[in-house]
Write a protein that binds this ligand. Sequence first.
Ligand code: AGP
Length: 617
Amino acid sequence: MCGIVGYVGPRSSVEVLLGGLRRLEYRGYDSAGVSLISNDGRLETRKRAGKLDRLVEAIAEHPLDVAHIGIGHTRWATHGAPTDGNAHPHLGGAEQKLSLIHNGIIENFSELKAELLAAGTRFASETDSEVAAHLVAAEYQKSGDLIAAFRSVVNRLHGAFTILVIHQDQPDLVLAARRNAPLVVGLGDGENFLGSDVAAFVEHTKRAISVGQDEIVILRADGVTIEDFAGNPSPHEEFTVDWDASAASKGGWPSFMAKEIADQPQSVGDTLMGRLDSTGAVVLDELAPISDVVANADRIIFVACGTAAYAAEVGKYAFEKWARIVVSVELSHEFRYRDPILTPNTLVVAVSQSGETMDTLMATRYAKEAGCQVLAICNTQGATLARESDAVLYTHAGPEVAVASTKAFTAQIAAMHLLALHMAGIRKALPEAAANQIGRELLKLPAKVTEVLASAGSMAELGKSFGDAKSVLFLGRNVGYPIALEGALKLKEIAYIHAEGFAAGELKHGPIALVEQGQPVIVIVPSPADSDSLHPKVISNIQEIRARGAKVIAIAEVGDGLVSQFAEHVFYVPQIQPMLASILNVIPLQIFAMALANAKGLDVDQPRNLAKSVTVE
Ligand code: AGP
Protein backbone atom coordinates (compact mmCIF):
# COMPACT_ATOMS: atom_id res chain seq x y z
CA MET A 1 0.00 0.00 0.00
CA CYS A 2 1.53 3.34 -1.03
CA GLY A 3 2.29 6.17 1.38
CA ILE A 4 1.29 9.71 0.46
CA VAL A 5 2.25 13.04 2.06
CA GLY A 6 1.47 16.57 0.93
CA TYR A 7 2.38 19.88 2.56
CA VAL A 8 2.11 23.62 2.17
CA GLY A 9 3.19 26.07 4.87
CA PRO A 10 6.16 27.75 6.49
CA ARG A 11 8.17 24.65 7.32
CA SER A 12 10.86 23.11 5.15
CA SER A 13 8.74 20.89 2.92
CA VAL A 14 11.46 18.29 2.36
CA GLU A 15 11.67 17.71 6.12
CA VAL A 16 7.89 17.44 6.51
CA LEU A 17 7.68 15.08 3.54
CA LEU A 18 10.52 12.76 4.61
CA GLY A 19 9.26 12.72 8.21
CA GLY A 20 5.78 11.83 7.02
CA LEU A 21 7.04 9.11 4.70
CA ARG A 22 9.05 7.62 7.58
CA ARG A 23 5.87 7.34 9.63
CA LEU A 24 4.17 5.66 6.68
CA GLU A 25 6.96 3.11 6.10
CA TYR A 26 4.87 0.43 7.74
CA ARG A 27 2.53 0.46 4.78
CA GLY A 28 5.11 -1.47 2.84
CA TYR A 29 6.91 -0.04 -0.19
CA ASP A 30 9.75 -0.59 -2.62
CA SER A 31 10.55 2.93 -3.89
CA ALA A 32 10.14 6.52 -2.71
CA GLY A 33 10.28 10.08 -3.99
CA VAL A 34 9.48 13.75 -3.36
CA SER A 35 8.69 16.79 -5.46
CA LEU A 36 8.73 20.38 -4.22
CA ILE A 37 8.57 23.87 -5.65
CA SER A 38 11.58 25.85 -4.47
CA ASN A 39 11.24 29.37 -3.18
CA ASP A 40 12.61 30.64 -6.49
CA GLY A 41 9.76 28.88 -8.29
CA ARG A 42 11.36 25.73 -9.67
CA LEU A 43 9.81 22.27 -9.53
CA GLU A 44 12.39 19.77 -8.26
CA THR A 45 12.05 16.00 -7.90
CA ARG A 46 14.16 13.27 -6.33
CA LYS A 47 13.12 9.62 -6.39
CA ARG A 48 14.77 6.23 -5.95
CA ALA A 49 13.93 2.53 -5.86
CA GLY A 50 14.46 0.91 -2.48
CA LYS A 51 13.94 2.20 1.05
CA LEU A 52 13.78 5.81 2.19
CA ASP A 53 17.48 5.85 3.05
CA ARG A 54 18.25 5.60 -0.66
CA LEU A 55 16.02 8.62 -1.33
CA VAL A 56 17.86 10.54 1.39
CA GLU A 57 21.11 9.60 -0.35
CA ALA A 58 19.74 10.93 -3.64
CA ILE A 59 18.84 14.22 -1.98
CA ALA A 60 22.29 14.42 -0.39
CA GLU A 61 23.89 13.84 -3.79
CA HIS A 62 21.74 16.54 -5.37
CA PRO A 63 20.56 18.87 -2.59
CA LEU A 64 17.12 20.41 -2.89
CA ASP A 65 16.61 24.16 -2.58
CA VAL A 66 14.53 25.61 0.24
CA ALA A 67 10.85 25.05 -0.35
CA HIS A 68 7.58 25.28 1.53
CA ILE A 69 5.35 23.17 -0.64
CA GLY A 70 5.70 19.57 -1.78
CA ILE A 71 4.41 16.03 -2.22
CA GLY A 72 6.02 12.76 -1.17
CA HIS A 73 5.33 9.11 -1.98
CA THR A 74 6.34 5.58 -1.04
CA ARG A 75 5.32 3.09 -3.73
CA TRP A 76 4.40 -0.58 -3.46
CA ALA A 77 4.79 -1.71 -7.05
CA THR A 78 1.66 -2.65 -8.99
CA HIS A 79 2.17 -1.47 -12.60
CA GLY A 80 5.87 -1.68 -13.41
CA ALA A 81 8.83 -2.99 -11.41
CA PRO A 82 10.26 -1.05 -8.43
CA THR A 83 12.81 1.05 -10.37
CA ASP A 84 13.97 4.67 -10.12
CA GLY A 85 11.97 5.46 -13.27
CA ASN A 86 8.77 3.89 -11.99
CA ALA A 87 9.07 5.55 -8.58
CA HIS A 88 6.75 8.45 -7.91
CA PRO A 89 6.42 11.41 -8.33
CA HIS A 90 5.78 11.42 -12.06
CA LEU A 91 6.20 14.56 -14.15
CA GLY A 92 3.56 15.66 -16.63
CA GLY A 93 3.78 17.68 -19.81
CA ALA A 94 6.65 18.33 -22.18
CA GLU A 95 7.96 21.13 -19.97
CA GLN A 96 7.75 18.86 -16.91
CA LYS A 97 6.32 21.61 -14.71
CA LEU A 98 3.70 19.33 -13.12
CA SER A 99 4.35 16.60 -10.56
CA LEU A 100 1.91 13.88 -9.51
CA ILE A 101 1.81 11.05 -6.97
CA HIS A 102 -0.76 8.28 -6.91
CA ASN A 103 -1.91 5.44 -4.66
CA GLY A 104 -4.14 2.81 -6.27
CA ILE A 105 -4.74 1.44 -9.75
CA ILE A 106 -6.11 3.37 -12.75
CA GLU A 107 -8.03 0.62 -14.50
CA ASN A 108 -8.54 2.48 -17.79
CA PHE A 109 -4.96 3.72 -18.10
CA SER A 110 -4.28 1.79 -21.33
CA GLU A 111 -6.90 3.63 -23.37
CA LEU A 112 -5.86 6.95 -21.84
CA LYS A 113 -2.22 6.20 -22.58
CA ALA A 114 -3.06 5.36 -26.19
CA GLU A 115 -4.77 8.76 -26.52
CA LEU A 116 -1.67 10.51 -25.17
CA LEU A 117 0.73 8.50 -27.33
CA ALA A 118 -1.35 9.42 -30.37
CA ALA A 119 -0.90 13.06 -29.39
CA GLY A 120 2.85 12.57 -29.25
CA THR A 121 3.34 12.28 -25.49
CA ARG A 122 6.57 10.61 -24.48
CA PHE A 123 6.56 8.39 -21.36
CA ALA A 124 9.42 7.91 -18.93
CA SER A 125 7.88 5.00 -17.01
CA GLU A 126 5.68 1.91 -17.30
CA THR A 127 3.22 3.19 -14.71
CA ASP A 128 -0.47 3.98 -14.90
CA SER A 129 0.21 7.00 -12.68
CA GLU A 130 2.32 8.83 -15.28
CA VAL A 131 -0.69 8.74 -17.60
CA ALA A 132 -2.62 10.88 -15.12
CA ALA A 133 0.28 13.33 -14.86
CA HIS A 134 0.37 13.90 -18.60
CA LEU A 135 -3.42 14.16 -18.81
CA VAL A 136 -3.58 16.93 -16.20
CA ALA A 137 -0.68 18.78 -17.83
CA ALA A 138 -2.39 18.54 -21.23
CA GLU A 139 -5.73 19.74 -19.90
CA TYR A 140 -4.04 22.60 -18.05
CA GLN A 141 -2.21 23.66 -21.20
CA LYS A 142 -5.58 23.87 -22.99
CA SER A 143 -7.55 25.70 -20.28
CA GLY A 144 -4.99 27.54 -18.21
CA ASP A 145 -7.09 26.58 -15.18
CA LEU A 146 -5.24 23.97 -13.10
CA ILE A 147 -8.15 23.13 -10.79
CA ALA A 148 -10.55 22.69 -13.71
CA ALA A 149 -7.96 20.59 -15.55
CA PHE A 150 -7.46 18.39 -12.49
CA ARG A 151 -11.20 17.99 -12.00
CA SER A 152 -11.70 17.09 -15.64
CA VAL A 153 -9.05 14.38 -15.50
CA VAL A 154 -10.09 12.71 -12.25
CA ASN A 155 -13.58 12.38 -13.68
CA ARG A 156 -12.11 10.31 -16.51
CA LEU A 157 -10.19 7.87 -14.32
CA HIS A 158 -11.65 4.48 -13.40
CA GLY A 159 -10.42 2.27 -10.56
CA ALA A 160 -8.87 3.25 -7.25
CA PHE A 161 -6.81 6.35 -6.75
CA THR A 162 -5.57 8.95 -4.33
CA ILE A 163 -3.77 11.53 -6.45
CA LEU A 164 -1.80 14.62 -5.43
CA VAL A 165 -0.58 17.27 -7.91
CA ILE A 166 1.58 20.37 -7.70
CA HIS A 167 2.47 22.67 -10.60
CA GLN A 168 5.34 25.14 -10.93
CA ASP A 169 2.95 27.84 -12.09
CA GLN A 170 0.99 27.68 -8.81
CA PRO A 171 3.55 27.34 -5.99
CA ASP A 172 0.98 27.81 -3.24
CA LEU A 173 -1.41 25.02 -4.19
CA VAL A 174 -1.58 21.24 -3.69
CA LEU A 175 -4.49 19.48 -5.39
CA ALA A 176 -5.72 16.07 -4.29
CA ALA A 177 -8.49 13.68 -5.26
CA ARG A 178 -9.63 10.32 -3.94
CA ARG A 179 -11.71 7.45 -5.26
CA ASN A 180 -11.56 4.05 -3.51
CA ALA A 181 -8.27 4.85 -1.78
CA PRO A 182 -7.47 6.55 1.55
CA LEU A 183 -6.79 10.29 2.01
CA VAL A 184 -6.91 12.51 5.06
CA VAL A 185 -6.28 16.24 5.51
CA GLY A 186 -4.24 17.60 8.44
CA LEU A 187 -5.28 21.10 9.51
CA GLY A 188 -2.54 23.33 10.89
CA ASP A 189 -2.15 26.99 11.77
CA GLY A 190 -0.92 28.68 8.61
CA GLU A 191 -0.08 25.28 7.17
CA ASN A 192 -1.96 22.24 5.94
CA PHE A 193 -1.16 18.61 5.26
CA LEU A 194 -2.33 15.61 3.26
CA GLY A 195 -1.66 11.96 4.03
CA SER A 196 -2.69 8.38 3.28
CA ASP A 197 -3.45 8.26 6.99
CA VAL A 198 -2.95 10.52 9.97
CA ALA A 199 0.47 9.02 10.75
CA ALA A 200 1.81 11.21 7.91
CA PHE A 201 1.27 14.44 9.87
CA VAL A 202 0.22 13.59 13.45
CA GLU A 203 3.52 14.96 14.79
CA HIS A 204 2.46 18.39 13.50
CA THR A 205 -1.31 18.43 14.04
CA LYS A 206 -4.04 16.21 15.46
CA ARG A 207 -6.84 18.06 13.67
CA ALA A 208 -7.91 16.00 10.67
CA ILE A 209 -10.60 15.57 8.04
CA SER A 210 -11.32 12.32 6.24
CA VAL A 211 -11.76 12.92 2.52
CA GLY A 212 -14.81 11.14 1.14
CA GLN A 213 -15.38 9.16 -2.03
CA ASP A 214 -15.01 11.17 -5.25
CA GLU A 215 -13.84 14.32 -3.54
CA ILE A 216 -11.20 16.89 -4.48
CA VAL A 217 -9.07 18.82 -1.98
CA ILE A 218 -7.74 22.29 -2.80
CA LEU A 219 -5.01 22.80 -0.21
CA ARG A 220 -3.27 26.08 0.52
CA ALA A 221 -1.37 27.23 3.61
CA ASP A 222 -4.22 29.52 4.64
CA GLY A 223 -7.11 27.19 3.94
CA VAL A 224 -8.59 23.96 2.62
CA THR A 225 -11.53 23.57 0.24
CA ILE A 226 -13.18 20.21 -0.36
CA GLU A 227 -15.53 19.70 -3.31
CA ASP A 228 -17.06 16.80 -5.18
CA PHE A 229 -15.92 15.74 -8.64
CA ALA A 230 -18.50 18.10 -10.14
CA GLY A 231 -16.96 21.06 -8.33
CA ASN A 232 -19.69 21.48 -5.71
CA PRO A 233 -18.62 22.14 -2.10
CA SER A 234 -18.61 18.92 -0.03
CA PRO A 235 -19.65 18.89 3.64
CA HIS A 236 -17.01 17.38 5.88
CA GLU A 237 -16.34 16.87 9.60
CA GLU A 238 -13.15 17.55 11.46
CA PHE A 239 -11.95 14.93 13.95
CA THR A 240 -9.16 14.85 16.50
CA VAL A 241 -6.59 12.09 16.26
CA ASP A 242 -6.62 10.13 19.52
CA TRP A 243 -2.99 9.02 19.53
CA ASP A 244 0.26 10.95 19.32
CA ALA A 245 3.36 10.69 17.18
CA SER A 246 5.24 8.75 19.86
CA ALA A 247 2.63 6.02 19.58
CA ALA A 248 3.66 5.61 15.97
CA SER A 249 7.30 5.22 16.80
CA LYS A 250 9.05 2.20 18.29
CA GLY A 251 9.44 3.80 21.70
CA GLY A 252 12.64 1.98 22.37
CA TRP A 253 11.42 -1.46 21.33
CA PRO A 254 13.56 -3.51 18.92
CA SER A 255 10.67 -3.65 16.48
CA PHE A 256 7.15 -2.35 16.05
CA MET A 257 5.94 -5.94 16.37
CA ALA A 258 7.61 -6.34 19.78
CA LYS A 259 6.10 -3.03 20.91
CA GLU A 260 2.66 -3.96 19.66
CA ILE A 261 2.69 -7.40 21.29
CA ALA A 262 3.60 -5.68 24.55
CA ASP A 263 0.85 -3.10 23.98
CA GLN A 264 -1.88 -5.73 24.26
CA PRO A 265 -2.93 -5.23 27.88
CA GLN A 266 -3.49 -1.57 26.93
CA SER A 267 -5.09 -2.20 23.54
CA VAL A 268 -7.48 -4.86 24.85
CA GLY A 269 -8.27 -2.64 27.84
CA ASP A 270 -8.84 0.43 25.67
CA THR A 271 -11.16 -1.53 23.40
CA LEU A 272 -13.24 -2.68 26.38
CA MET A 273 -13.11 0.71 28.10
CA GLY A 274 -16.47 2.41 28.53
CA ARG A 275 -18.31 -0.52 26.97
CA LEU A 276 -18.90 -2.58 30.13
CA ASP A 277 -20.46 -1.18 33.27
CA SER A 278 -19.47 -2.27 36.78
CA THR A 279 -21.99 -5.14 36.72
CA GLY A 280 -20.47 -6.51 33.50
CA ALA A 281 -23.38 -5.34 31.32
CA VAL A 282 -22.38 -4.28 27.81
CA VAL A 283 -22.95 -0.67 26.68
CA LEU A 284 -22.53 -0.15 22.91
CA ASP A 285 -24.08 3.21 21.99
CA GLU A 286 -22.29 3.16 18.64
CA LEU A 287 -24.75 0.51 17.42
CA ALA A 288 -27.70 2.89 17.64
CA PRO A 289 -27.76 3.52 13.84
CA ILE A 290 -28.35 -0.21 13.26
CA SER A 291 -30.42 -1.05 16.31
CA ASP A 292 -33.24 -2.52 14.23
CA VAL A 293 -31.14 -5.04 12.35
CA VAL A 294 -29.19 -5.88 15.51
CA ALA A 295 -32.49 -6.70 17.21
CA ASN A 296 -34.07 -8.52 14.28
CA ALA A 297 -31.13 -10.15 12.52
CA ASP A 298 -31.58 -13.83 11.78
CA ARG A 299 -28.04 -14.23 10.53
CA ILE A 300 -24.62 -12.63 10.78
CA ILE A 301 -22.06 -12.77 7.99
CA PHE A 302 -18.53 -11.66 8.76
CA VAL A 303 -16.43 -10.44 5.85
CA ALA A 304 -12.70 -10.08 6.39
CA CYS A 305 -9.27 -11.20 5.19
CA GLY A 306 -6.25 -12.80 6.83
CA THR A 307 -5.90 -12.27 10.54
CA ALA A 308 -9.11 -10.25 10.66
CA ALA A 309 -10.94 -13.29 9.27
CA TYR A 310 -9.46 -15.47 12.01
CA ALA A 311 -10.70 -12.96 14.59
CA ALA A 312 -14.14 -13.35 13.06
CA GLU A 313 -13.82 -17.13 13.26
CA VAL A 314 -13.18 -16.77 17.00
CA GLY A 315 -16.15 -14.42 17.29
CA LYS A 316 -18.39 -16.92 15.53
CA TYR A 317 -18.20 -19.31 18.49
CA ALA A 318 -19.25 -16.57 20.91
CA PHE A 319 -22.16 -15.36 18.77
CA GLU A 320 -23.51 -18.88 18.31
CA LYS A 321 -23.07 -19.91 21.95
CA TRP A 322 -24.23 -16.70 23.64
CA ALA A 323 -26.54 -15.00 21.12
CA ARG A 324 -27.83 -18.22 19.52
CA ILE A 325 -27.66 -16.75 16.02
CA VAL A 326 -26.50 -18.30 12.76
CA VAL A 327 -23.06 -17.02 11.85
CA SER A 328 -20.79 -17.51 8.86
CA VAL A 329 -17.36 -16.09 8.20
CA GLU A 330 -16.62 -15.29 4.56
CA LEU A 331 -13.27 -14.33 3.11
CA SER A 332 -14.01 -10.95 1.57
CA HIS A 333 -12.46 -11.82 -1.78
CA GLU A 334 -14.66 -14.96 -2.05
CA PHE A 335 -17.87 -13.49 -0.65
CA ARG A 336 -19.22 -11.44 -3.52
CA TYR A 337 -18.28 -13.90 -6.23
CA ARG A 338 -20.34 -16.61 -4.57
CA ASP A 339 -23.68 -14.92 -5.20
CA PRO A 340 -24.41 -15.19 -1.46
CA ILE A 341 -27.94 -15.30 -0.08
CA LEU A 342 -28.56 -11.97 1.66
CA THR A 343 -31.72 -10.52 3.19
CA PRO A 344 -32.41 -7.26 5.05
CA ASN A 345 -32.22 -9.35 8.24
CA THR A 346 -28.67 -10.41 7.47
CA LEU A 347 -26.28 -8.31 9.53
CA VAL A 348 -22.96 -8.05 7.72
CA VAL A 349 -19.96 -7.34 9.95
CA ALA A 350 -16.83 -6.18 8.12
CA VAL A 351 -13.65 -6.64 10.15
CA SER A 352 -10.56 -4.70 9.15
CA GLN A 353 -7.67 -3.17 11.08
CA SER A 354 -6.83 -0.67 8.36
CA GLY A 355 -10.33 -0.14 7.02
CA GLU A 356 -8.71 0.12 3.59
CA THR A 357 -8.50 -3.52 2.51
CA MET A 358 -9.98 -3.35 -0.95
CA ASP A 359 -11.39 -6.89 -0.87
CA THR A 360 -13.29 -6.08 2.32
CA LEU A 361 -14.40 -2.68 1.01
CA MET A 362 -15.77 -4.31 -2.13
CA ALA A 363 -17.53 -7.01 -0.08
CA THR A 364 -19.07 -4.28 2.08
CA ARG A 365 -20.30 -2.36 -0.96
CA TYR A 366 -21.73 -5.56 -2.40
CA ALA A 367 -23.63 -6.26 0.82
CA LYS A 368 -25.00 -2.72 0.98
CA GLU A 369 -26.12 -2.86 -2.63
CA ALA A 370 -27.94 -6.08 -1.72
CA GLY A 371 -29.84 -4.19 0.97
CA CYS A 372 -27.91 -5.30 4.02
CA GLN A 373 -26.75 -3.05 6.79
CA VAL A 374 -23.05 -3.24 7.56
CA LEU A 375 -21.27 -2.89 10.88
CA ALA A 376 -17.54 -2.23 10.67
CA ILE A 377 -15.11 -3.43 13.32
CA CYS A 378 -12.18 -1.19 12.44
CA ASN A 379 -9.03 0.12 14.09
CA THR A 380 -8.41 3.21 11.97
CA GLN A 381 -10.45 6.32 12.60
CA GLY A 382 -12.04 7.81 9.55
CA ALA A 383 -10.96 4.91 7.34
CA THR A 384 -12.90 4.27 4.15
CA LEU A 385 -14.61 1.20 5.64
CA ALA A 386 -15.69 3.18 8.69
CA ARG A 387 -17.19 5.90 6.52
CA GLU A 388 -18.98 3.52 4.19
CA SER A 389 -20.52 1.31 6.90
CA ASP A 390 -23.82 1.95 8.66
CA ALA A 391 -22.18 1.77 12.07
CA VAL A 392 -18.66 1.36 13.41
CA LEU A 393 -17.42 -0.49 16.46
CA TYR A 394 -13.89 0.86 16.67
CA THR A 395 -11.16 -1.18 18.26
CA HIS A 396 -8.84 1.14 20.15
CA ALA A 397 -5.55 -0.66 19.61
CA GLY A 398 -3.75 2.48 18.45
CA PRO A 399 -1.65 2.50 15.29
CA GLU A 400 -0.54 -0.99 14.34
CA VAL A 401 2.61 -0.43 12.33
CA ALA A 402 4.08 -3.91 11.95
CA VAL A 403 2.66 -5.67 8.92
CA ALA A 404 1.93 -8.78 10.96
CA SER A 405 -1.17 -8.03 12.99
CA THR A 406 -1.02 -8.73 16.73
CA LYS A 407 -2.69 -6.18 18.99
CA ALA A 408 -5.35 -5.39 16.40
CA PHE A 409 -6.23 -9.10 16.35
CA THR A 410 -6.77 -9.40 20.09
CA ALA A 411 -8.62 -6.09 20.12
CA GLN A 412 -10.90 -7.38 17.33
CA ILE A 413 -11.69 -10.46 19.42
CA ALA A 414 -12.46 -8.31 22.46
CA ALA A 415 -14.77 -6.15 20.34
CA MET A 416 -16.51 -9.23 19.00
CA HIS A 417 -17.10 -10.62 22.47
CA LEU A 418 -18.71 -7.31 23.44
CA LEU A 419 -20.92 -7.43 20.36
CA ALA A 420 -21.89 -11.06 20.96
CA LEU A 421 -22.83 -10.32 24.57
CA HIS A 422 -24.77 -7.25 23.44
CA MET A 423 -26.76 -9.31 20.94
CA ALA A 424 -27.26 -12.10 23.48
CA GLY A 425 -28.89 -9.53 25.74
CA ILE A 426 -31.09 -8.07 23.03
CA ARG A 427 -32.17 -11.51 21.84
CA LYS A 428 -32.66 -12.67 25.42
CA ALA A 429 -30.61 -15.68 24.46
CA LEU A 430 -28.53 -15.62 27.63
CA PRO A 431 -29.72 -14.94 31.17
CA GLU A 432 -28.61 -11.47 32.22
CA ALA A 433 -26.69 -12.82 35.19
CA ALA A 434 -24.71 -15.18 32.95
CA ALA A 435 -24.03 -12.44 30.43
CA ASN A 436 -22.86 -10.04 33.12
CA GLN A 437 -20.61 -12.71 34.60
CA ILE A 438 -18.92 -13.08 31.23
CA GLY A 439 -18.70 -9.29 31.02
CA ARG A 440 -16.87 -9.22 34.32
CA GLU A 441 -14.52 -11.92 33.02
CA LEU A 442 -13.82 -9.70 30.00
CA LEU A 443 -12.75 -6.94 32.37
CA LYS A 444 -10.09 -9.29 33.77
CA LEU A 445 -8.47 -9.76 30.37
CA PRO A 446 -5.94 -6.89 30.44
CA ALA A 447 -4.45 -8.13 33.72
CA LYS A 448 -4.33 -11.70 32.45
CA VAL A 449 -2.69 -10.58 29.20
CA THR A 450 -0.06 -8.88 31.37
CA GLU A 451 0.49 -12.17 33.18
CA VAL A 452 0.98 -14.03 29.91
CA LEU A 453 3.47 -11.44 28.65
CA ALA A 454 5.40 -11.60 31.92
CA SER A 455 6.07 -15.33 31.44
CA ALA A 456 6.52 -15.27 27.68
CA GLY A 457 10.33 -15.52 27.81
CA SER A 458 10.13 -19.30 27.55
CA MET A 459 8.18 -19.06 24.31
CA ALA A 460 10.77 -16.65 22.92
CA GLU A 461 13.53 -19.13 23.81
CA LEU A 462 11.56 -21.93 22.17
CA GLY A 463 11.06 -19.83 19.05
CA LYS A 464 14.80 -19.23 18.81
CA SER A 465 15.51 -22.95 19.19
CA PHE A 466 13.34 -23.75 16.17
CA GLY A 467 15.20 -21.34 13.89
CA ASP A 468 16.10 -24.22 11.55
CA ALA A 469 12.57 -25.61 11.38
CA LYS A 470 11.27 -26.14 7.88
CA SER A 471 7.67 -26.66 8.92
CA VAL A 472 5.56 -26.17 12.03
CA LEU A 473 2.01 -27.49 12.50
CA PHE A 474 -0.60 -25.91 14.75
CA LEU A 475 -3.57 -27.74 16.23
CA GLY A 476 -6.60 -26.35 18.01
CA ARG A 477 -10.20 -27.25 18.75
CA ASN A 478 -13.32 -25.07 19.03
CA VAL A 479 -12.13 -21.47 19.64
CA GLY A 480 -8.60 -22.88 19.65
CA TYR A 481 -8.90 -23.77 15.97
CA PRO A 482 -8.85 -20.20 14.58
CA ILE A 483 -6.00 -19.51 16.98
CA ALA A 484 -4.08 -22.39 15.38
CA LEU A 485 -4.75 -20.79 12.00
CA GLU A 486 -3.56 -17.40 13.26
CA GLY A 487 -0.43 -18.90 14.85
CA ALA A 488 0.44 -20.51 11.54
CA LEU A 489 -0.14 -17.28 9.62
CA LYS A 490 2.19 -15.35 11.94
CA LEU A 491 4.95 -17.86 11.30
CA LYS A 492 4.42 -17.83 7.53
CA GLU A 493 4.31 -14.05 7.38
CA ILE A 494 7.45 -13.19 9.30
CA ALA A 495 9.63 -16.34 9.38
CA TYR A 496 8.87 -17.42 5.80
CA ILE A 497 8.53 -21.11 6.70
CA HIS A 498 5.73 -23.55 5.98
CA ALA A 499 3.19 -23.52 8.78
CA GLU A 500 -0.32 -24.87 8.81
CA GLY A 501 -3.15 -24.75 11.31
CA PHE A 502 -5.62 -27.61 11.63
CA ALA A 503 -8.70 -28.44 13.62
CA ALA A 504 -7.29 -31.11 15.96
CA GLY A 505 -10.18 -33.41 15.15
CA GLU A 506 -9.16 -33.30 11.50
CA LEU A 507 -5.81 -35.01 12.15
CA LYS A 508 -6.96 -38.54 11.44
CA HIS A 509 -8.72 -37.38 8.29
CA GLY A 510 -5.38 -36.70 6.59
CA PRO A 511 -3.01 -34.21 8.18
CA ILE A 512 -1.48 -36.78 10.57
CA ALA A 513 0.33 -38.13 7.53
CA LEU A 514 2.48 -34.98 7.76
CA VAL A 515 3.79 -35.95 11.18
CA GLU A 516 7.25 -37.44 11.15
CA GLN A 517 10.13 -37.71 13.60
CA GLY A 518 10.95 -34.33 15.08
CA GLN A 519 8.03 -32.47 13.49
CA PRO A 520 7.26 -29.44 15.69
CA VAL A 521 3.56 -29.26 16.53
CA ILE A 522 2.06 -26.50 18.66
CA VAL A 523 -1.22 -27.52 20.27
CA ILE A 524 -3.71 -25.13 21.85
CA VAL A 525 -5.22 -27.21 24.66
CA PRO A 526 -8.73 -26.38 25.92
CA SER A 527 -9.35 -25.85 29.61
CA PRO A 528 -9.79 -29.10 31.58
CA ALA A 529 -12.85 -27.38 33.05
CA ASP A 530 -14.34 -26.98 29.59
CA SER A 531 -17.86 -28.37 29.78
CA ASP A 532 -17.66 -29.75 26.25
CA SER A 533 -14.96 -32.20 27.44
CA LEU A 534 -12.75 -31.28 24.53
CA HIS A 535 -9.73 -31.53 26.79
CA PRO A 536 -9.41 -35.34 26.80
CA LYS A 537 -9.90 -35.37 23.03
CA VAL A 538 -7.02 -32.98 22.52
CA ILE A 539 -4.85 -34.97 24.93
CA SER A 540 -5.56 -38.00 22.74
CA ASN A 541 -4.56 -35.97 19.68
CA ILE A 542 -1.27 -35.14 21.39
CA GLN A 543 -0.66 -38.81 22.15
CA GLU A 544 -1.36 -39.72 18.53
CA ILE A 545 1.20 -37.28 17.14
CA ARG A 546 3.76 -38.04 19.86
CA ALA A 547 3.52 -41.70 18.89
CA ARG A 548 4.64 -40.64 15.42
CA GLY A 549 7.61 -38.61 16.56
CA ALA A 550 6.16 -35.10 16.86
CA LYS A 551 7.82 -32.56 19.15
CA VAL A 552 4.81 -31.10 20.97
CA ILE A 553 4.60 -27.60 22.40
CA ALA A 554 1.34 -27.23 24.31
CA ILE A 555 -0.39 -23.98 25.21
CA ALA A 556 -2.47 -24.97 28.23
CA GLU A 557 -4.34 -23.54 31.20
CA VAL A 558 -2.38 -23.17 34.38
CA GLY A 559 -3.01 -26.19 36.63
CA ASP A 560 -3.46 -28.61 33.74
CA GLY A 561 -1.21 -31.37 35.11
CA LEU A 562 -2.23 -34.00 32.56
CA VAL A 563 -0.87 -32.23 29.48
CA SER A 564 2.64 -32.03 30.91
CA GLN A 565 2.80 -35.85 30.78
CA PHE A 566 2.55 -35.80 26.99
CA ALA A 567 4.13 -32.59 25.72
CA GLU A 568 7.84 -31.72 25.56
CA HIS A 569 7.09 -28.13 26.40
CA VAL A 570 4.04 -26.58 28.05
CA PHE A 571 3.36 -22.85 28.13
CA TYR A 572 0.74 -22.11 30.74
CA VAL A 573 -1.78 -19.28 30.46
CA PRO A 574 -4.01 -18.04 33.30
CA GLN A 575 -7.44 -19.54 33.81
CA ILE A 576 -10.35 -17.58 32.28
CA GLN A 577 -13.84 -18.26 30.95
CA PRO A 578 -13.04 -20.78 28.15
CA MET A 579 -14.59 -18.71 25.37
CA LEU A 580 -12.25 -15.82 26.25
CA ALA A 581 -9.10 -17.94 26.33
CA SER A 582 -8.29 -17.26 22.68
CA ILE A 583 -6.88 -13.81 23.47
CA LEU A 584 -4.49 -15.37 26.00
CA ASN A 585 -3.60 -18.39 23.85
CA VAL A 586 -2.53 -16.40 20.78
CA ILE A 587 0.07 -14.28 22.58
CA PRO A 588 2.66 -17.08 23.07
CA LEU A 589 2.22 -17.92 19.38
CA GLN A 590 2.94 -14.30 18.41
CA ILE A 591 6.06 -14.34 20.55
CA PHE A 592 7.19 -17.74 19.23
CA ALA A 593 6.90 -16.54 15.62
CA MET A 594 8.67 -13.25 16.30
CA ALA A 595 11.55 -14.97 18.13
CA LEU A 596 11.99 -17.53 15.38
CA ALA A 597 11.99 -14.82 12.71
CA ASN A 598 14.46 -12.74 14.70
CA ALA A 599 16.69 -15.84 15.05
CA LYS A 600 16.70 -16.00 11.25
CA GLY A 601 17.70 -12.33 11.07
CA LEU A 602 14.50 -11.35 9.29
CA ASP A 603 12.69 -7.98 9.36
CA VAL A 604 9.64 -8.76 11.48
CA ASP A 605 8.06 -5.33 10.85
CA GLN A 606 8.20 -5.26 7.06
CA PRO A 607 8.21 -8.88 5.84
CA ARG A 608 9.02 -9.49 2.19
CA ASN A 609 6.24 -9.25 -0.41
CA LEU A 610 3.70 -8.00 2.15
CA ALA A 611 2.02 -4.63 2.74
CA LYS A 612 0.23 -3.51 5.88
CA SER A 613 -3.00 -3.05 4.03
CA VAL A 614 -3.87 -4.56 0.67
CA THR A 615 -5.60 -1.65 -1.04
CA VAL A 616 -5.91 -3.34 -4.41
CA GLU A 617 -8.02 -6.40 -5.22
C1 AGP B 1 -2.11 -10.21 9.27
O1 AGP B 1 -0.94 -10.39 10.04
C2 AGP B 1 -1.81 -9.75 7.86
N1 AGP B 1 -1.06 -8.56 7.85
C3 AGP B 1 -3.04 -9.74 6.97
O2 AGP B 1 -3.57 -11.03 6.95
C4 AGP B 1 -4.15 -8.76 7.41
O3 AGP B 1 -4.76 -9.24 8.59
C5 AGP B 1 -5.21 -8.73 6.30
O4 AGP B 1 -4.60 -8.25 5.13
C6 AGP B 1 -6.42 -7.86 6.64
O5 AGP B 1 -5.99 -6.54 6.87
P1 AGP B 1 -7.08 -5.51 7.50
O6 AGP B 1 -7.40 -6.03 8.87
O7 AGP B 1 -6.39 -4.18 7.52
O8 AGP B 1 -8.29 -5.52 6.61
